[in-house]
Design a protein around this ligand. Structure first.
Ligand SMILES: [Zn+2]
Length: 417
C-alpha cells in the first residue's frame, strides 16, 4: 500500500514536470535531428555604402575560397541585403522635418558592391537574402527626425549612403513604428505594400526572387510573415522566438513563441534558428564561437552564425582582424568537426522541410537520444528531473538509444546533474 502510494506520487510528479515543460519538450522532439554537422555564416546589413564596401566583400570572397567542406564545397556566407538607404534628403522648412529619398543598390555609385555580391553569388559562396528594402521604417524615422538629430543627419544622406547603424537601435527596426516608445504596430495594408515593394526591388536588383527573409533587428509580426509568404519568401530566419515590438526603453518585446529549425510558417514557409553570435569587432573569438558551433552539432542542430557587416567596414585594421578571425574559425571548424558541411540557408531549409535523408536522421534511436540531450540543456528541467527521479528513465532511454547507434557518446556525458 505504502509502495503503491509512493509510486503514484512519483508518477504524478513526473507528469506534472512533463506538463510544465510540455511546449519546450514538444519543440525538442519535433525539431529534425541533423545527420551531419552544418555550418552557415550569416552576415546582415550589406547594401548601399561607399565603394570600399565592395573591396571588403571581395576580401571576404577570398577567405571563403580558401576552404572546403567534407563534400568539397566551399563555405557559404549568406548576405542579408538591404536594398536602399537615404539619398539626398529634402528639407521641409515648415516643421523642420525631412522627407525620405531612397537611393537603391543598383545605382551606379554602388556598382562595386553589387558586382562583388553577384560574383560571390555566381561562385556559390554568397547566398543573397532579403533583410529589407530599408533597415528602418521610413515614416518612423521621418517622425523621429523632428527631435532626434541623429535621425535627421541620417535622412539628409550625402555623397555616400549613411549607415543605418548610426540610428538608435529601436529606429533600426523596420516592422514597427518606433518613432516614439513603446513602439506601435503597423497596419496590415502598409505592411503588404512595403513587402510587395521590397520583394519586387530585390528581384529587379538581382534578377531572381528573394527566398529567405531575415527580419531587421529580429522584430516582426505574423502579418509580415503572411505578406512575405504571399510574395515568394520560403524561409524566415529567427533567433528562436518572435519579437513583435519595442518597450518604453526600446528593448525587444517577445511574443512567447518557440520557433525551431524546420517549423512550418504561414504559406509554404518554414523557420530556421540563428543563435550563434560571432562579432570579432565586439571581442568574440574563433575559439569561443567554435564551442558554440560544436554544441549546436551535439544537439543535432545546424549552427547558424551571425556576423554583421560592421565587423568588416569600420577601421581597416579591425576589419582585417575580423577577416582573420573568420578565417581561423573556418579552419578550426574544419579541423575539429569531421564531416562538416557548408550550405546556404535556403538549401538547409529545403532539406529540413522534406526531411531529406541525406541530411536529416530519421532513425527513432537518434531522435530519442537527441531529445534527451536537448531536454537536458533546460537547466530547471534537468534539476527537477534529478530531484524527482525522472532523470533515471531519461538516462535509460539515452543509454539504450546510444547502444543502437554506432559511435554515439556515453550517457553520463549527456545528462549528468
Ligand atoms: Zn540588420
Amino acid at each position: 500500500m505504502i509502495l503503491a502510494t509512493a509510486v503514484s506520487a512519483v508518477l504524478a510528479a513526473w507528469l506534472l514536470l512533463l506538463g510544465l515543460f510540455a511546449r519546450r519538450l514538444q519543440a525538442d522532439w519535433r525539431e529534425p535531428v541533423l545527420a551531419a554537422p552544418v555550418l552557415i555564416v550569416e552576415s546582415d546589413d550589406w547594401g548601399p555604402g561607399p565603394p570600399a564596401d565592395g573591396t571588403r566583400l571581395q576580401a571576404l570572397l577570398r577567405v571563403l575560397r580558401k576552404h572546403r567542406g567534407a563534400d568539397g564545397r566551399p563555405p557559404v556566407i549568406t548576405l542579408g541585403v538591404v536594398l536602399a538607404a537615404p539619398g539626398v534628403g529634402v528639407s521641409v522648412a515648415a516643421n523642420l522635418a525631412l522627407e525620405y529619398s531612397p537611393s537603391i543598390l543598383d545605382e551606379e555609385r554602388y556598382s562595386s558592391i553589387l558586382a562583388a555580391m553577384r560574383e560571390g553569388s555566381s561562385a556559390g559562396v554568397f547566398a543573397l537574402q532579403l533583410h529589407g528594402r530599408e533597415h528602418f521604417w521610413p515614416l518612423a524615422v521621418i517622425k523621429a527626425a523632428r527631435h532626434d538629430p541623429q535621425a535627421r543627419a541620417f535622412l539628409q544622406g550625402g555623397p555616400t549612403a549613411p549607415r543605418h547603424e548610426m540610428l538608435a537601435s529601436h529606429l533600426q527596426s523596420r516592422w514597427v513604428d518606433a518613432a516614439s516608445l513603446p513602439s506601435v504596430a503597423l497596419d496590415r495594408e502598409a505592411i503588404e505594400r512595403a513587402v510587395g515593394e521590397e520583394t519586387a526591388c530585390f528581384r529587379r536588383v538581382f534578377g531572381a526572387p528573394a527566398r529567405v527573409a531575415v527580419p531587421v533587428t529580429f522584430v516582426w509580426t505574423t502579418d509580415v510573415e503572411a505578406a512575405w509568404a504571399r510574395h515568394g519568401i520560403r524561409v524566415v530566419v529567427t533567433p528562436g522566438s518572435r519579437n513583435v515590438g519595442r518597450d518604453a526603453e526600446g528593448r525587444l518585446v517577445a511574443d512567447g513563441s518557440i520557433l525551431r529549425n524546420g517549423d512550418p510558417a504561414p504559406g509554404a514557409m518554414c523557420y530556421v534558428v540563428r543563435d550563434v553570435y560571432f562579432e570579432p569587432a565586439l571581442g568574440h573569438t574563433a575559439e569561443r564561437t567554435l564551442q558554440e558551433i560544436r554544441e549546436r552539432h551535439r544537439l543535432g542542430r545546424p549552427a547558424l552564425v551571425e556576423m554583421h557587416r560592421f565587423n568588416f567596414t569600420g577601421d581597416p585594421v579591425e576589419a582585417d582582424r575580423a577577416l582573420g578571425e573568420l578565417d581561423r574559425l573556418l579552419a578550426g571548424a574544419l579541423r575539429s568537426i569531421p564531416r562538416l558541411r557548408f550550405m546556404s540557408t535556403e538549401a538547409l531549409s529545403d532539406a529540413l522541410r522534406t526531411r531529406d535523408p541525406a541530411l536529416v536522421d530519421r532513425r527513432t534511436a537518434a531522435r530519442l537520444r537527441t531529445f534527451v540531450l536537448r531536454a537536458a540543456t533546460q537547466h530547471r528541467l534537468r534539476k527537477l528531473a534529478w530531484l524527482s527521479g525522472l532523470a533515471l528513465p531519461a538516462v535509460a532511454i539515452y543509454g539504450a538509444a546510444s547502444l543502437l547507434l554506432p559511435g554515439a557518446g556515453h550517457p553520463k556525458s549527456a545528462v549528468g546533474s
